[in-house]
Design a protein around this ligand. Sequence first.
Ligand code: NAP
Length: 287
Amino acid sequence: MPDAPKTLPATSPPMTDRYAVIGHPISHSKSPQIHTAFAQATGQDIAYTAIEAPLDGFAATVRAFREQGGRGVNVTLPFKLQACEFATDPSEAARLAGAANALRFDGERVFAENFDGVGLVNDVQRNLGHALKGRRVLLLGAGGATRGALLPIAQQGPAVLAVANRTADKAHALRGDFAAHASIQSGGYAELAGESFDVIINATSSGLVGESLPLPAGLFAPGALAYDMVYGRGLTPFLRQAREAGVTALADGVGMLVEQAAEAFAWWRGVRPDTREVIARLSVPLV
Ligand code: NAP
């Protein structure tokens, strides 16, 4: 009897899905390391690279990546505003922030999200154990990072949500832009005199240039958390100010970075990675 014809299994190997982070400069980015660790831990077959786009070439770089089969990108400085404009379907968080840090491609559509704020909230509440509900929360700075953080923080129901900035008018403008979503106090640093807060988040880039902020005495309530979004620099001038004021709960922004990455990964892949090990690996001592 002749052998029965054999049915061969489909031979085409599974396609590796491609993702990338786009910025300028980009060599400092920890996103490839973070997403590669997430992919290994969750068994997802992805390749994640870093792409430096020319300053005038963000949209062209995204289009080229997409044409080569890219499924989504993270976006970092200075392209977060352009990423939001590029999207056909920006989320409410991205629209309110006017900025996006993650894009997902689906046919002709480009979905945009801003995960920085939810990453911050997850780090503060879940990892650091400081609930925001009913607490007095202060954001220092009125740039893109504060814009991204305001809605997710407001959604936690703080008793007070305040924004103070070197250029007070920018803080006032934020209060106006978010008026439909949150009640925000706004002003310059001098107007903080006599007030105290339970959670104080430095969302300025002052630490990158080694400068401290003119914060009035008594700003940190007993048991307060001092959080600097800057990461990887040890004890920043802001964290040193807090420690000198007696604050013992100090954190930099490494947890925020990893948590926003986890949000993007879950959005793209439908699988939520554990963040603890990656945060521990990227953390530097706050000394
Ligand atoms: P941005 O849009 O350029 O805004 C910068 C802010 O910092 C403005 O409010 C500016 O005040 C203030 N500022 C700059 N230098 C200052 C100084 N010497 N003294 C006082 N205020 C100063 O920047 P951004 O995108 O909001 O980012 C802010 C910081 O957050 C950056 O350091 C960034 O690395 C960090 N970040 C971290 C994460 C994370 O995942 N951990 C995510 C996003 C951002 P004026 O308005 O008065 O100029």
